[in-house]
Write a protein that binds this ligand. Structure first.
Ligand SMILES: C[S@@+](CC[C@H](N)C(=O)[O-])C[C@H]1O[C@@H](n2cnc3c(N)ncnc32)[C@H](O)[C@@H]1O
Length: 198
């Protein structure tokens, strides 16, 4: 029974696929929109910044990032979510401000030191190897580049101080953690980590 529930949740939210994935995409676009937009506002990319959005799902934060920056790349392993994000962001893609690419946090496929800002919303809990993913994000960020990660606090794989220590160990400085309550009704508390690539 537990494995059936787990499989349903994975198909809906973890690695969305098929009709359940599309349903999950609709639910995430509604339920997580405030956190997605909050993360982009906190990361505050400038027009000329190159922004990497990890695990954008249906693309709400991706659109918000591409409205601020002309060089946004969404790294998303799920074909169903890439398709949803492509539809949501079609005008921004047509204007050349945004592209979607298959990949994961640990394998973004981006060149070294090529990115100014990395934003990850609600997928840290799905990274199979958090230190490996942080090392990859450190590799692609230029020195001085900014990292902003947020996830539902109750789903974090470790407590926030332990996560901050991992971010620090990956080579980041100015590591800060805090929590935030999204204004959406019944939305779970968000845990946030910000850091600067040293
Ligand atoms: C819970 S959804 C969150 C989507 C969106 N950011 C939001 O908050 O609504 C998790 C997303 O992360 C993607 N994902 C799963 N494993 C990942 C990984 N290892 N690296 C990056 N993204 C991943 C999934 O395909 C899915 O689109």
């Amino acid at each position: 029974m537990e494995s059936i529930t787990r499989r349903l949740l994975t198909n809906c939210f973890g690695r969305p696929s098929g009709p359940l994935g599309r349903l999950g995409g609709v639910l995430m676009a509604l339920g997580n929109a405030a956190t997605e937009r909050h993360a982009v506002a906190l990361a505050a990319p400038a027009e000329q910044d190159v922004v990497l959005v990890i695990g954008p799902g249906p693309g709400v934060g991706l659109a918000a990032a591409a409205e601020r920056s002309a060089h946004v790349v969404g790294i998303e392993p799920s074909e169903a979510m890439r398709a949803m994000a492509r539809r949501r962001c079609a005008p921004l893609i047509a204007r050349g401000r945004l592209r979607l690419s298959p990949g994961t946090a640990a394998r973004t496929g981006q060149p070294d030191a090529s990115v100014d800002v990395v934003i990850s919303v609600n997928n840290l809990q799905l990274w199979p190897d958090v230190p490996a993913a942080l090392a990859e994000l450190h590799r692609v960020l230029r020195p001085g580049g900014r990292l902003l990660i947020t996830a539902h606090e109750k789903l974090l794989p470790t407590h926030l101080p332990a996560l901050a220590a991992m971010v620090h160990a990956a080579g980041f400085g100015s590591v800060r953690t805090w929590t935030w309550q999204p204004p959406t009704r019944m939305a779970p508390t968000a845990a946030l980590v910000s850091a600067v690539r040293v």
